[in-house]
Design a protein around this ligand. Sequence first.
Ligand code: PLP
Length: 505
Amino acid sequence: MNQLPLAELLLTDLAPRETAGQAPRHRLVYESIRRAILSHHLPVGAKLPSTRDLARDLGLSRNTVLTAFEQLLAEGYVKAQTGSGTFVADTFPDTQDAVASEHRALPDPGSAAAAPAGQARARLSKRGNRLTHIAAGSRFEIQPFAPGDADFSIFPFKLWQRLQNKYWRDAVPELLDYGSAGGYLPLRRAVADYLRVSRSVRVSTDQVLITAGTQQSLSLAAQLLADAGDLAWVEDPCYWGARRVFEACDLLLRPVPVDAEGMNPQADDLPTEPRLIYLTPSHQYPKSVVMSLSRRRLLLDLAARKAAWILEDDYDSEYRYAGRPLSSLQGLDTRDRVVYLGTFSKVLYPGIKIGYMVLPPALVEPFKSALYDLQRPGQMMLQAALADFIEQGYFATHIRKMRLLYGERRELLRKTLAPILGSAATISSEESGLHLAILLPPDCDDVALAGRAADEGLSVRALSSYYLGTSRERGLVVGYAYVATEKIAYYGRLLGNVVKAGLSG
Ligand SMILES: Cc1ncc(COP(=O)(O)O)c(C=O)c1O
């Protein structure tokens, strides 16, 4: 096939989608070519134009087309032959894959995409409308620099399969039933042992409740500890997942500013009476700061005086690259005001959907029974395999390995970005977590910058979009964990140049 027909086909196909503004351009190009292949407009063996020519014909940057081609290559729609070009592959991914990849392109919940053209919008509750209009997280998580993603491609899958097979071979009936005990006992024990030693959490096995991840833990805590209209103090900027849960429970959110020492209640916050205080003290999400000891004491004191519950989200504390591991806030609490939340998403893989809560003793029974009534928890086979994974030392080994790798990627990214950005930006220096924050001048449009980065196939998020209050710092939140070490410099330069061009343009 010559080059013009494909460019023409793509231009016709892309135009209406581009104006709908739903997805980054490289994604639109990828989807367009994929449609052309699946509908046989591009037959097996057809040669695709070079990325340079196609980019010129479409009026797009070459990187945009390159990113689209890379995705098609990765999914097996096309194959590259060194020296002769890129061709439509003769084996299509099966329908399941095509469907799965369709689902990756989640519609922006607040946009018209939630209701396809010509279809009436569903009538939602007031809460439903409110929820679907909050700025959500990234639509394309698995792209370079998506904040919060761990590199699960390195997870020891063979070993994991072996540990699970052991339980599937016997298929013990109790492990196939719902779990009414707050989780598989050996897993609760293993979590308690781990947290006591690694995070200085004061915990007995009885206090550990296994959940389907932090999102579910937050939801349970909000439902059981606060009523509609109650006040929740949240960090400003705040993790959008927590914000969504509180909104879903009809809580009123009070954004409390975060400074270099963590949440910093102001004079006008102090008279208010929160039922919940949501904190990420080990590594503030998204600003990256670590909460100081004096701030920890202040907040524990405030919570005790106001009879508020602190929800401590210790989501990525396993990753500290310098100095001693930080203790949890819960470990300092002598008045049982802290509910500690942890997750396996950041160490194993996000889809595992297993997390845990450490509850003050008085909350254990109510939470256990509510978890059973509201969620009907299960996945006991998975929990059993995970208990073995921890008890047999694989968990600790995996954390050590990933800590080294992420530390290296973090350093490389900082070293790549610093000379490009110079004094125009400040890169967060905390030695922990899976992301860093690039702070930018107050007059910069970080949302537009994130959009430009997305055009280059980079999934960074605007810092200002995490804020609830009126004062919004500008910057970008950049996850470095899921970028292969050898690609950090390439993508880092790409990002650095996008930011630099945006700041000077
Ligand atoms: C601040 C924060 N808490 C918790 C989580 C993980 O939650 P879950 O266990 O539901 O995957 C994330 C994931 O991105 C996060 O960023």
